[in-house]
Design a protein around this ligand. Structure first.
Ligand code: FAD
Length: 380
């Protein structure tokens, strides 16, 4: 392999954008190819825990994120009917002192914009939809739908749940519909009447929930995302519009805190919650995957993007530690240091138990991808 292997990242989502910035900062020759013509501020929020903020500090956008996002003092879990607090997990100042980094809730579009802006412009190509990969052993040919081709020495599939890189490695297969949908809505807090919302609350019944939090530092925009059972989903659609009436039916009889949000809803969309079983491999030849491409999960720990970003940081760490002369060894080191944690998060997310009781979240929030001792592939 040449001195400076050409690394192609496919997809500039949260995982791919983080990987590209970190590779560039570590001195690697990287370029990211994104199918979209650009990114819009779509209506969704996201949690950014201390485990992710450690990576944002390395990328150099932690201060900007800290001033953009909201810093919830607690994660409250509440009973769907009575509103009684059933768990109260300290975040805020506690997160900062205990984990060494903050815990934020933020608009996903604002977070993504900061991450994408951190990528030097000559490292990022929009309007590049990967259609075919040809790993020739000594080089990989990337084919795009616009008819263009590029060569690369290493390809990182950060192309999400319907990953072309995954299809190439393992054959085409749709993800599994879990039997649950998530409704998502963001709107100004000024439209909410008759209830004072905490900064971050999950409302729980036995078969469904609504997670609610602010997505700006000014606390002027609030977001909810649900998990609601629904038997079938048309897999040709990635989301569909929903409505206040549908929300009222799904949350009939729930506490006034939830009703106040449904009443204030302006626009609400509905998304299928999808998963895959753990994959038999994360890499082969010159191709390796991260994030939803290799371990998509239900969003119930609010850690799906976090796992994609941690993967990105660990992959870059393994490239730096092991070098790229033997890229298979670097890939094996990466998988050995990520598969167990990603699998654990995937399982807890599937079971939807996270922070329903006063459990200790240190194993998740306290993880420092840059300093955790590395295990060797043989030991994993
Ligand atoms: P993606 O974000 O899906 O990015 C993939 C990128 O690849 C996209 O930009 C796409 O355009 C591009 N791409 C795809 N195919 C191609 C191609 N052929 N060629 C070129 N580019 C391509 N996670 C959290 O951490 N916290 C939360 O609070 C949270 N809430 C969620 C709520 C819901 C309802 C859902 C459904 C998910 C939630 N998640 C959350 C999960 C999170 O959204 C995903 O885990 C995360 O986006 C995965 O990041 P990724 O970079 O792997 O993939």
């Amino acid at each position: 392999m040449q001195k400076s292997p050409r690394i192609a990242v496919i997809g500039a989502g949260l995982g791919g954008a983080a990987a590209t910035s970190l590779l560039d900062k570590a001195g690697f020759n990287v370029r990211v190819y994104e199918q979209a013509p650009g990114f819009a501020r779509l209506g969704a929020g996201i949690h950014v825990g201390p485990n992710v903020m450690k990576v944002m500090e390395r990328i150099g956008i932690a201060d900007a994120l800290n001033s953009t996002g909201c810093h919830p003092d607690y994660w409250y879990s509440r009973d769907w009917k009575t509103g009684e607090v059933i768990a109260q997990i300290p975040l805020g100042d506690y997160a900062l002192s205990h984990y060494g980094s903050s815990y934020l809730t933020v608009h996903r579009g604002d977070f993504h914009e900061l991450l994408v802006k951190a990528i030097p412009s000559d490292r990022l190509a929009f309007n590049k939809k990967l259609s075919k990969i040809d790993d020739r052993g000594d080089v990989v040919m990337l084919h795009f739908t616009d008819g263009s081709t590029e060569e690369a020495d290493i390809v990182i599939g950060a192309d999400g749940i319907n990953s072309k890189v995954r299809d190439t490695l393992l054959g085409e297969a749709l993800p599994k519909y879990t039997g649950y949908v998530g409704h998502r809505a963001v709107f100004p807090i000024s439209s909410v009447r008759d209830f004072q919302h905490d900064m971050c609350t999950k409302w729980w019944s036995d078969d469904r929930h609504m997670m609610v939090y602010f997505v700006t530092g000014k606390k002027d925009e609030i977001y909810y995302v649900t998990g609601v059972p629904e038997e079938t989903w048309d897999m040709s659609k990635s989301w569909v519009p929903s409505s206040k009436d549908e929300m009222r039916a799904a949350f009939d009889g729930w506490h006034q805190g939830v009703q106040s949000l449904i009443d204030a809803t302006q626009e609400v969309t509905k998304w299928p919650l999808l998963e895959r079983d753990p994959l038999p491999l994360w890499s082969r030849g010159r191709l390796v995957m991260l994030g939803d491409a290799c371990h998509p999960m239900k969003p119930h720990m609010a850690q799906g993007a976090a796992m994609a970003i941690e993967d990105a940081a660990m992959l870059v760490r393994c490239f730096s530690e092991a070098g790229l002369d033997d890229h298979a060894a670097a890939f094996a080191l990466y998988e050995a240091n990520r598969a167990e944690r990603a699998g654990r998060v995937q399982l807890v997310s599937h079971n939807n138990t996270w922070l329903r009781t006063n459990e200790n979240p240190d194993w998740c929030f306290g993880y420092d991808v840059f300093n955790v001792p590395l295990v060797s592939p043989a030991a994993s």
